[in-house]
Design a protein around this ligand. Sequence first.
Ligand SMILES: Nc1ncnc2c1ncn2[C@@H]1O[C@H](COP(=O)(O)OP(=O)(O)OP(=O)(O)O)[C@@H](O)[C@H]1O
Ligand SMILES: O=C([O-])CC(=O)C(=O)O
Ligand SMILES: [Ca+2]
Ligand SMILES: [Mn+2]
Length: 664
Amino acid sequence: MASDNGNFSFDNGVLPKIQTNGAGSKKPANGICHDDSVPPVKAQTIHELHSLQRKRSAPTTPVKEGAGGAAFATISEEERQQLQLQSISASLASLTRETGPKVVRGDPARKAEGGHAAKATPEHHHYITPTISVSDSALKFTHVLYNLSPAELYEQAIKYEKGSFITSNGALATLSGAKTGRSPRDKRVVKDDVTTEDLWWGKGSPNIEMDEHTFLTNRERAVDYLNSLDKVFVNDQFLNWDPENRIKVRIISARAYHSLFMHNMCIRATPEELEDFGTPDFTIYNAGQFPCNRYTHYMTSSTSVDINLARREMVILGTQYAGEMKKGLFSVMHYLMPKRQILSLHSGCNMGKDGDVALFFGLSGTGKTTLSTDHNRLLIGDDEHCWSDNGVSNIEGGCYAKCIDLSQEKEPDIWNAIKFGTVLENVVFEEHTREVDYTDKSVTENTRAAYPIEYIPNAKLPCVGPHPKNVILLACDAFGVLPPVSKLNLAQTMYHFISGYTALVAGTEDGIKEPQATFSACFGAAFIMLHPTKYAAMLAEKMQKYGATGWLVNTGWSGGRYGVGNRIKLAYTRKIIDAIHSGELLNAKYQKTEVFGLEIPTGLNGVPSEILDPINTWEDKAAYKETLLKLAGLFKKNFEVFANHKIGTDGSLTDEILAAGPNF
Ligand SMILES: Nc1ncnc2c1ncn2[C@@H]1O[C@H](COP(=O)(O)OP(=O)(O)OP(=O)(O)O)[C@@H](O)[C@H]1O
Ligand SMILES: O=C([O-])CC(=O)C(=O)O
Ligand SMILES: [Ca+2]
Ligand SMILES: [Mn+2]
């Protein structure tokens, strides 16, 4: 029975308290200590005990010690946090109703625990008051979880996000929902006076237009959704390891999964860098759980990924696939960097012990991550780079590896990078042991691991390097007619770079289930913003200036087309890549193939000579010839749209490039 003060007691309340030695009296009567001799816990209550477990710290944003110590610090920790919250509130502001929502720092769940609650109560945050409070949203507080650590994000994900689990290797398994790949058809770019002129529009372009007003409609929708939540995650991070061309990005999202993904994929700021972070150069509003309104102008589905270059903002509605954030920012870099005469590249990049740098271009699934992650070389990055007058720099701070059929034996460095802190997307694991089954495609083919680059033991930190010596174009040829390796002259390199051929491997782009021949300009048409020839001209100029050699490597089929032959063994491809790096292939003996006119080596160490010319591996020679001509026809047809574009200042390279394609 409950007494008035809420405590339980027995009816008469007179039962004597049970006494133990020492508990009631200061000294044990007989001088003997029993099992309660261990010093007692310092906490008086269970709440206090739990609060003792966690050492108070400001994990990401300590006060900078001025020259004369804290007394001379320009602003106090509290003032700095206020400025940060004001900046976040401004980011989340509705453009019509009020300046910004009331945001407070910290996890709302912590309020219940007492102790820290004072920090999170509204009264202490009167400094963020909306000017015109005309909606109920102005009465509500949104808690900001700012740059949480991986451990904190794990807890948030596991507590609140269905489908989040710790796997036996320590990684965080998550589900990205209905979308397990990017949605390129739902990408929109605001067409204004500036972008009308600057960007590539029309047939073949990834930039599908929307107007400013529609962008603001979607932005409002995303911001309203985020402000309606109890808490949002905010990441302030950097892009580009080149210190002169670093971009500050803010990612506002609703899921711990998204925050941890970006923590891993972008460059992580030091506490000192965060202190001076200021206004971000670009902001993402990821309201992926919430759909766009299909009746909104320009919308063709309930998914929309919208970029507004003038406002320096991106809005995500209706897809939780984390790759949208990564590749959205990459699109922005494809606009910002060329403006500064810096070439942005969808490529992996590594460096030998002697400083020889190789770039690995290729569409999704062709081997950029797999082949740039090489135990004998330093990894600069696996997917997005810049090539400036100073050399190469990685745009990102992490890697995003495909993990379907991942094997410890074939890809040991990637295997070992899957540990605490790594996000494992859409993988299947054993319910009890939590062991991941990398062969299981039940959720999707496009299973992924996102980890910080320093999880690769031979990462090159900082992720920059000198000018590339080799430019390797990867194609996963489902037709099985391209040779495993060809040496390219400059015009051929440009021809194949602009063509961007591969057989798209299942899953990465939503809706593709089987490999199929694809042409994607610059090996990344989905992300480029300018006309492909702009990037091609820059690449040609840089390769010429720094004397880089081009190569075409087929990581796809051998011995027949998809369905008949098999994918070339990774071990062979690695030998080919080794021979490019070492210079062995540069000095090999070559012969020219028919139709494509490719220079192929007659032999190389560790690879059976007969596979170097694909015709040898096909049983049915007539079928080979027919398939070769079919692919050549596809190349020709694809290139027609580029025939009228001049590359570089004079037309001579353009003519050479046109002549560098298949001849039949
Ligand atoms: N011969 C081969 N060469 C390269 N990769 C191969 C080969 N055979 C099989 N593979 C597999 O192909 C996949 C290549 O994927 P990878 O992650 O390297 O793609 P990516 O080019 O980085 O794509 P994305 O841009 O989508 O990240 C891996 O799963 C790898 O194990
Ligand atoms: O963006 C993604 O989803 C994965 C990737 O790297 C690509 O497709 O090039
Ligand atoms: Ca990759
Ligand atoms: Mn990629």
